[in-house]
Structure formats: structure tokens, C-alpha cells
Design a binder for this molecule. Sequence first.
Ligand SMILES: [Fe+2]
Ligand SMILES: [Fe+2]
Length: 474
Amino acid sequence: MTTIDLQALIPNNVHLGENRQLQRALEHWQPAFLNWWDEMGPSDFKANEVYLRTAVGVDASGWASYGYTPMPDYRWGIFLADKEEGRKIGFGDHKGEDVWQDVPGEYRSTFRRLIVTQGDTEPASVEQQRLLGHTAPSLYDLRNLFQVNVEEGRHLWAMVYLLHAHFGRDGREEAEELLMRHSGDADKPRILGTFNEPMDNWLSFFMFTYFTDRDGKFQLKSFAESAFDPLARTTRFMLTEEAHHMFVGETGIGRVIKRTMEVMKELDTEDSVTLRKAGVIDLPTIQKFMNYWFSTSLDLFGSEASSNAANYFAGGIKGRPDEAKFADHVELDTEMQITVPDGMGGMKSQTISCRNGMNEVTRLEYVKDCNVGVTRWNMGIKRAGVNIELKLPSIRFRRQVGMWAGVTTTPEGQPISATEFEARKADWLPTVEDTAFVKSLMNKVTDPGKMAAWIAPPDRGINAQAVAYEYVRL
Ligand SMILES: [Fe+2]
Ligand SMILES: [Fe+2]
């Protein structure tokens, strides 16, 4: 097992000290990163000590240590999962060959683009969330927000390391650009649309960490299969960190629902107006936020049929999540069915090659994973004796990328006219009023153990600490 050099200016387990040129280049980028964190990271709270976990190893057992640290002193570094000796390429045209320790020339620009796109999302989410600290519903939640933020910062480091180590001057330029684009910036926005959407309330934050971070999980799972071994190893360790982000989302939404159930019982009502007056978020509003964040996250997987996706698979660049569980790892002449619009207001089945359908395969795995949490939330609702079920909309609903882009459908995925969609949109997606209502609940709560009135406390604290632990020293 590799050990992490925690004393180095840049903590790492890649023997950075043995490659002076690379070390110097990264040490040159480091102040720019810290400057970005200072300007674009969480506003305020710079001097406050936060109970954060920091990576101290890369093995599954006990990889992190917990302690108080002001965020600007967080030990951002470069941590790759251990090398698997004799690892072979697991899929595509190069299946069975040795994995690559450097990028083959023919795939250089493709890898660069993919790494930059992944890297761009990491600081983007920190920028989107930079004001949320001011309205945190508890110290526990404030700490979780900051944990997610510092780890997204570290994920940027993970991608920048690859750019510096394997892409020469182009890579160094890209690394600088990653700090220049900003979420929502009119001139230099982040690359992907979802990462330019404003994030001004905690319900959206929980939806983002549940649905959008989970897209990240599936991208990383695909990269974890890559023939380019350093990419596979770095994304494997990122996945270890990422799990907490989705935990924050799943339990966050679960706690919002739990609190709503309590008030529904207390007041013996399902009426949204009454519940809103009582200061909790009614289930139809939660459903609308789900519809919004799920559909926007689906777009991140790309088009249903994609020759790029086929090339990534063929070249060993990007596999399917958990590639080993598929029967055929080459998919040379295999086919699959997808559902597409028929151009006459209906839909039809279309046959495409499996290689072309890789985005769709990954998207469907993602949907399955999303449903796990929804099932748990519904169990909570049922236990409370309420006869309402939350439901993910169809993958055809409100798409802006792929075959269904711009085709108006019901949440069940039935194509309807644009006029009908407009008329019913307010039942399916958050309205200006819905968002304003959710925002009206956002007030900072800072007493240890206290929660805002719209959210239940978590079942347990972080790292076996009490819920009432002072997670952030204000
Ligand atoms: Fe990340
Ligand atoms: Fe994340």
C-alpha cells in the first residue's frame, strides 16, 4: 500500500518529491488554487474551525482522520488508489492488453477533453454553493456542506494532477483555465449547463448532492474502468470521498420529508397551504424539485445514441459502470433498443448498436441507483401513515440533451403538445412561488444540536460524534 506524504507542501502518494519538474509546476498552481478558494469558495467562514475529515490513506479501512481545521488550511492533495499489478484493459478493442501508464498519442485530445470536463464540474459546484453557509439549517449541515466543498476542491486537484503529469504544456494551460471559468459567469461559464444553475436554497442543495453528485459517481465509475491507469486509480479514490456527498443528499431529503410527516400528523392535514403556513415543505413541492434535479442530471449523460460514446468504449477510454458485471466486454456487433420520438407526437422503438448506446446504458444504471433512495423516502412516508408516493419522472421528461431534447412530455413520459405542457408545467416543476417559499424558510441556525423548523435532526452525528456536537466553531 502506498503511504501519503502528509508533510509535503502538496500532500500526495505519487512520490511527487521524486519528480522536481512536476512538483514545481504543481506548487506554482497551488497559490492560484488557494486564491480561487479565497475568492470563489464559501463566502465567509474562512477563520472558523470546521470538523473535517482529511484523507490520510487510500485503503478502504480508515482512510481519513477527523479534526478541526479552518477551511483554507485544508490539506488538499493528490491521492490515487493503489496500483493493481498486472492490470489488463477490461473492455473494448484493446481488451486483454496491459493498461497504459501514459496516454497514447491517438487518444490524447480525447482524454484531455474528458478530464477537463470532469475537472470543471468540481470547482463549479463549490462556486454554486458558496452562499449556502449563510442559511444552513444546523451546524451539522453547515459542516457537511463544507466537507463536500473541500472535497470537490480536492477532486479538482485530482484532475489537475493528471493534466500536469500527462499533458505537458497544454495540460498546464487547461489547469489554469479551470480556475478562470466560473459558475454562471456571462463571459466564461462552466462547461456543463447544470453547473451554471444558481443554488440558493438547501432543498436544491440536497437534490443536487443526491442527483447531480450521483451523475458524478457514474462518470467516475466509468473512468475507474479506463485503460489509462492513472485516471482509473485517481477516480477510484474520488469515489470513496464522493459517497459522503450522496449521503448528505439522501439523508437531507429524508429529513425534510420526516419533518413534513411530523407536522402533517400534528395538524392532521395533507393540505399544502396549511403545511406551508406551518413552515414545512409539502410533498408536492418536494416532488417538483425532484423532477427538476433528476431531469437536469439525466442530460449530463449525453445523447442516447452517440458515436463519441462508442469511440470511448472501443478505445478503452471510458467503460461502463461496474464493467465486470456485463456479459460481453467487447460488444462488437451487438444491438440494443431505445425509445425515441416518432416525429408525429408519439414514440417508437429504435435499434442501435450497443457501442453507440453506452450513454443510455450508463444513464439507466444511474436511474436504478436513484430509485434506491426514493424507495427509502417512500418507506418513511408510508410508516407515517401517509398515502402519497414520490416518484422519479420518466427519462423522457424535460430533457434538453439527446433525442428527447425539446420534446414535451408528461412526467410519465407521454408526449404532449407544447401548449398542454405549458398549461400543466406548474404542477410538475417548481414555480417562482415554490422556490420563493422554499427560500423563505432558509434561516441560519447555529446553536449546536438545534435544527431549522423545516428539517428533522439526523439519526446520528458525524464520525460517532453527537448530533449536538459543535461541528463548526463560529
Ligand atoms: Fe467531486
Ligand atoms: Fe461530489
